[in-house]
Design a protein around this ligand. Structure first.
Ligand SMILES: *Cc1c(COP(=O)(O)O)cnc(C)c1O
Length: 386
């Protein structure tokens, strides 16, 4: 009944640099008068076949050529096979749906709130045992992983920007636990968890992959030879109807074309801003693995190809953080992250945020504006606090 989605061989892209893969993957076949870009196919239904197995798609909840183009691109970048979902949370729920009742689940102490909430809901309903760990403490993760059915790692973490040693985890985690890595903050340009031994990579493609704050979209990626897990996730997508819109898939793919350029710029600016923020007297702490004294620096240096575009800073208290945010005119006050436009928010304004996250912590998503304009805006807002 469940047919694996159609994915041509990706060995061609395995030989290319990620910048090239981002531009070339998921293109239509090169025949005369074919469009260069995959068209947006708006279809709830397709012409049928008496022999159902002869049909590629069949129905709009089962597949769509525009999703497939996006899936080829995400799969090629991560070095696996991708399935897209209506949102990152829909993708996360599909993974959690694979877990049985009474599962033992290891999750980060700090991670995306929606994921923590999704796990808590299922834990209450299905008598799961949840073990919370610090992703940066490899020994703690490994000991919590004993007898675990699922080890869910997010790295770097939201909003405290902690870094996990993915190669060390992949090497030492028990084969019996499903190893999932939420790669939303790093993107496949900074780390490829499947190559470190992850079974599933999760993305909120809403963020950096799409990159323009105009799309909600999620993805899961499995290794190329793990058809079983991919099929299980596809079965959940079909059944739950957590299907992406074709226009969203098109926009996300269009965003991916420029991901390497956007990330390069945002990351370079983040490094400069983090270094300057450290020496501002209103800033108590800067959390960014690109700083040589950051707790995540050594691991990130060894295991990642860059330090990313997210910085969190600790200001004195909630009031200072609010005044700082209101004092900025270029940086937008908004949740979410990874767009071309720089945004920031005080995380504790969310009732569900962990109490271990300081009241004055501001998470900053660096965009691609000129770094001097970004700094001038931050500096004058910080100066106003004194
Ligand atoms: C945003 C986000 C999600 C959830 O994705 P949506 O697309 O908002 O559903 C999951 N994980 C991380 C790390 C995120 O930042």
């Amino acid at each position: 009944m469940t047919k694996p989605p159609h994915h041509p061989d990706s060995s061609f892209h395995a030989r290319l640099h990620p910048e090239t893969v981002a531009v070339t993957a998921g293109r239509p076949e090169r025949v005369v008068d074919a469009p260069l870009n995959p068209p947006v196919i708006f279809a709830s239904t397709y012409i049928g076949a008496h022999d159902v197995s002869a049909a590629e798609i069949g129905y709009g909840r089962y597949g769509n050529p525009t999703w497939q183009a996006l899936e080829l691109a995400i799969g090629a970048l991560e070095g696996g096979r991708a399935l897209t979902f209506a949102s990152g949370m829909a993708a996360a729920h599909a993974v959690l749906e694979l877990m049985p009742p009474k599962a033992v689940v290891v999750i980060p102490r700090n991670c995306y709130l929606g994921v923590a909430d999704a796990i808590d809901r299922r834990a209450a309903k299905y008598a799961w045992q949840v073990r919370r760990i610090n992703v940066a403490d490899t020994r703690q993760v490994l000991s919590a992983a004993e007898g675990a059915d699922l080890v869910w790692i997010e790295s770097p973490t939201n909003p405290t920007i902690e870094v996990a040693d993915l190669p060390a985890l992949g090497e030492n985690l028990p084969d019996t636990s499903l190893f999932v890595v939420d790669n939303t903050f790093a993107t496949p340009l900074l780390q490829r968890p499947l190559e470190c031994g992850a079974d599933i990579v999760l993305h909120s493609a809403t963020k950096l992959l799409s990159g323009h704050s105009d799309v909600l979209l999620g993805a899961v990626v499995t290794t190329a030879d793990d058809a079983q897990t991919l099929e299980a996730l596809d079965a959940v997508r079909r059944s739950f109807g957590a299907a992406p819109g074709p226009m969203e898939a098109y926009l996300a793919l269009r965003g991916i074309r420029t991901l390497p350029l956007r990330l390069r710029q945002a990351q370079a600016s983040a490094q400069i801003l983090a270094e300057r923020l450290v020496s501002h007297k209103q800033v108590q702490r800067v959390r960014f693995p690109g700083l040589s004294d950051d707790p995540g620096h050594d691991v990130a240096q060894r295991t990642m190809w860059g330090f990313g575009s997210l910085i969190s800073i600790d200001l004195a208290d909630a009031k200072s953080a609010e005044r700082f945010i209101d004092g900025c005119s270029l940086w937008g006050f908004a949740t979410s992250l990874g767009g071309v436009e720089s945004t920031m928010e005080r995380r504790r304004r969310w009732g569900g945020e962990l109490l271990s996250v300081p009241e004055g912590l501001v998470r900053m998503s660096v965009g691609i504006e000129h770094v001097e304009d970004l700094w001038a805006d931050l500096e004058q807002a910080l100066d106003q606090l004194s």
